[in-house]
Design a binder for this molecule. Sequence first.
Ligand SMILES: Cc1ncc(COP(=O)(O)O)c(CNc2cccc(C(=O)O)c2)c1O
Length: 457
Amino acid sequence: TSQPDQTVRWRESDTAHHLHPFTDYKGLAEEGGSRIITHADGVHLTDSEGRRILDAMAGLWCVNVGYGRPELAQAAYDQMLQLPYYNAFFKTATPPSIELAAKLAELTPKGLDRAFFGSSGSDANDTMVRMVRHFWALKGQPEKTVFLSRVHAYHGSTMASASLGGQAAMHGQGGLPLPGFEHVMPPYWFDYGGELSPATFGEAAAQAVEDKILSIGPENVAAFVGEPLQGAGGVIIPPETYWPRVQDICRKYDVLLIVDEVITGFGRTGHWFASEYYGLEPDLMILAKGITSGYLPLSAVMVGPRVADTLIAEGGEFFHGFTYSGHPVACAVALENLAILEREQLVEKVRDDTGPYLARRLAELRDHPIVGEVRSLGLVGAVELCADPATRRHFEPLGKAGTICRDHCFASDVILRAVRDAMIVSPPLTFERTHIDQMVDTLRTCIDRTARDLGVL
Ligand SMILES: Cc1ncc(COP(=O)(O)O)c(CNc2cccc(C(=O)O)c2)c1O
């Protein structure tokens, strides 16, 4: 149902009153304002002009079970009528938060048996920072406060989570990173690997972690924080040699391992959690996005025994938490969301069917004159555009090709993401092979158009 007049009114009001996240406000106004998304169903969005768009990004990497799930709306409605809100401060609790904490303990890798709830991945990472520093102080090592993470990492937009992140553009605004947050080379072979094989580069990237710990001083390093694969950094999938070495290095220097599974959690990679695939045994795990498929804001910090037992036995009161920690409606929706993932065996579908199919379809793009590399794991993937695949030389300025290609895709009713010149896909886990075909075929056509726009073809 096209609403052209309403669209104009919404656009004017949006420009006048709404400060968007991660947006160049003048640029958006000059481009005529926002596209108004009004409806969604399954794997498709509908905008206020009636255009139907294939959502190859699952919103922001989060709508794992797809849109239009009445059972999630029903779970929210029922809980709202029964108990719309209460908190877990002052010795109270609500059934949905208790049941979700137990369910997450069951689903996450062994040992991660206790959940601290928040509303976003950012606040979950802030919770983790305070909990970890409190832990080391309790262990009599208060100087062990520094966090080590990677360049190109994305861990959120609060002061601490943006400091954990390795995004230079973010650090340029607001005096970031805060002291106590250090960064190391990412396991990003395409840009950092040079002449090394991926396997050899993975070892070098892990060695960079050890070198950084030694230069900071192991007695000062509280934790190493990483996404199993770096999502918003460009779907940087590490060589297989990387994580086993990093995990050993953390153990060697008694540095806690924190795995941020905000994107990779809840089936995205064909495993419930990517930690299973990479053989990681984190001390804490960060969860958000797919926990509710984005239907309501919710995050969780899963805490393993080393930190939990000390926090409980010796910590006294932990002076941290949020009004909405354990929000009963968000937790009720999360419980039903997890039930859908299990009932429809969506994780197995990604592992055994659509994940391998996506990898096969993306591999066909490898021979394109401006494709330097394709990467994927489960239903998250990247196609690196570059001027010379043989040398991996980028187009100038970096990011222009990605923006051109993303705009071509959008004009062809497929919404995906460009990070620098990598074309990113992260669709709902309900994506069928026909949707993968439409997504990859459209991407190939748009890469052709991009090559022509850049004078290559
Ligand atoms: C690994 C990771 N950790 C933490 C966060 C922060 O979560 P919140 O946004 O809920 O505070 C994220 C979020 N990732 C994220 C958020 C917004 C946009 C994009 C993008 O790729 O355009 C990615 C993330 O990807």
